[in-house]
Design a protein around this ligand. Structure first.
Ligand code: GLA
Length: 400
């Protein structure tokens, strides 16, 4: 699907004329640092070349006409800026609607509706942030289309935060900031080393030598709203409250591994203890992984990825047989530096660092064992590391 086809599809649905503008936001893959983001810790995601496209045109009334080429069966979903159902839309439009609602909540009042066409090539429900991508996409569109009410002055980080707010308060998933931040701020061939405690970050070149990032999709779909995601978050909060009776901390990632080991006995409940342990150790692993990458030590980086997966499987318990099978088999393959689940887990994808000359055999071996054990196939993508949210210039390509 190129820009030309998107424009044709837009005109086909909504008619010609007016100022039609285009935008793109990537998906993301998190290399390491899982479930640290709502605990004030480090994450290390990068943007993908897969992502979501939006074409939009401002209307003169407050109506919203939204159409997705991925959900054609929903047809044009009609709504308005006066009708926010708070996640009860139960279809893809809850994400753009959530962001429009959040703009209003944050004092960025919107006065006009839009005709909107969306197309994405991130497999949805795959843990590669198709929702955050759509949220940030809506945010950059609204910013670009509005020069009033302070909207024009918003930064990409403001938009990421609004996307997270929409996801928390409108969609109902208490996610952290990683996904929206990553898709907004991504940079081609770099990963983002983000401190979620204060949003300070550094772009780290993804110098993987003769290795590539391979994403394996379990094809087990999950929606965060249905998963145990919110439960994990509240377990972390409970563990934090107990640890705070012993040490003056504001989040779990304020603790070093040594601090944690010293005071962990305050948590009597085994489940809460394992949840907190994962978070504190994962935060340390993330820092060490970024150092390893800086030293071109892919072997060490991969080892930390493997440890991350084991911790997510045994202590945080968010993997499941599909993701475990993909990782176990990946670890047996030649030329694999490391492998782990990525994103929220409970299905979705794994990320592996695989040597160029072994990618074909990796796909063959992991794919056939997965099919045999799970009963359906996995999909594999050699990831392109792409830029964050940006406008696509329809004019420049002579398409208008
Ligand atoms: C999802 C959430 C993120 C983060 C990850 C787990 O992707 O949206 O905020 O919590 O899970 O690391």
């Amino acid at each position: 699907m190129d820009n030309n086809n998107l424009l044709n599809a837009f005109v086909d649905k909504f008619g010609e004329g007016g100022d039609i503008r285009g935008y793109f936001t990537p998906g993301r893959v998190n290399l390491i640092g899982e479930y640290t983001d709502f605990n004030g810790g480090y994450v290390f995601p990068c943007g993908l070349t897969m992502g979501t496209y939006m074409l939009a045109r401002k209307r003169t009334d407050r109506k919203l006409n939204m159409y997705s080429l991925n959900f054609k069966k929903n047809g044009v979903v009609q709504s308005s800026l006066d009708e926010f159902l708070k996640g009860l839309e139960k279809n893809w439009t809850m994400y753009p609607k959530g962001v429009m609602w959040a703009f209003g909540e944050k004092g960025y009042e919107l006065n006009y509706g839009y005709d909107i066409l969306v197309y994405g090539n991130i497999p949805n429900g795959s843990g590669l942030s198709s929702s955050a991508s759509l949220e940030v996409l809506t945010g950059i569109m609204l910013k670009d289309m509005n020069s009033t009410n302070g909207i024009a002055g918003m930064s990409l980080q403001d938009i990421a935060l609004i996307g997270q707010y929409a996801e928390n308060k409108y969609v109902g998933v208490n996610c952290g900031i990683m996904d929206q931040f990553a898709v907004a701020m991504a940079k081609k061939d770099y990963a983002i080393f983000l401190d979620t405690n204060n949003l300070s970050f550094k772009y780290v070149p993804l110098k993987l030598g003769n290795y590539k990032i391979v994403i394996s999709s379990s094809n087990k779909k999950r929606s965060l709203a249905d998963s145990k995601y919110n439960e994990r978050r509240s377990q972390c909060e409970k563990a934090l409250a107990l640890l705070q009776t012993r040490k003056n901390i504001s989040c779990l990632c304020d603790l070093t591994v040594a601090d944690f080991n010293e005071i962990q006995d305050v948590i009597q409940d085994d489940v809460l203890l394992r949840r907190a342990k994962h978070v504190v150790y994962e935060n340390e692993r993330t820092k060490n992984a970024v150092t390893a990458l800086g030293n071109n030590n892919i072997k060490e980086f991969g080892k930390l990825m493997n440890e991350s997966h084991s911790s997510l499987r045994d202590d945080f318990e968010v993997t499941g047989i599909e993701l475990d099978t993909l990782v176990e088999e990946a670890e047996k393959c030649e030329g694999v530096a490391g492998s782990r689940m990525t994103g929220a887990g409970f299905g979705g994808c794994t990320v592996s660092i695989v040597r160029d000359d072994c990618i074909d055999s990796f796909i063959e071996q992991v794919g056939s064992v997965y099919q045999e054990k799970i009963g359906y196939c996995a999909d594999f993508y050699v990831a392109g590391v792409g830029d964050g949210a940006h406008k696509i210039d329809l004019d420049a390509r002579g398409l208008l």
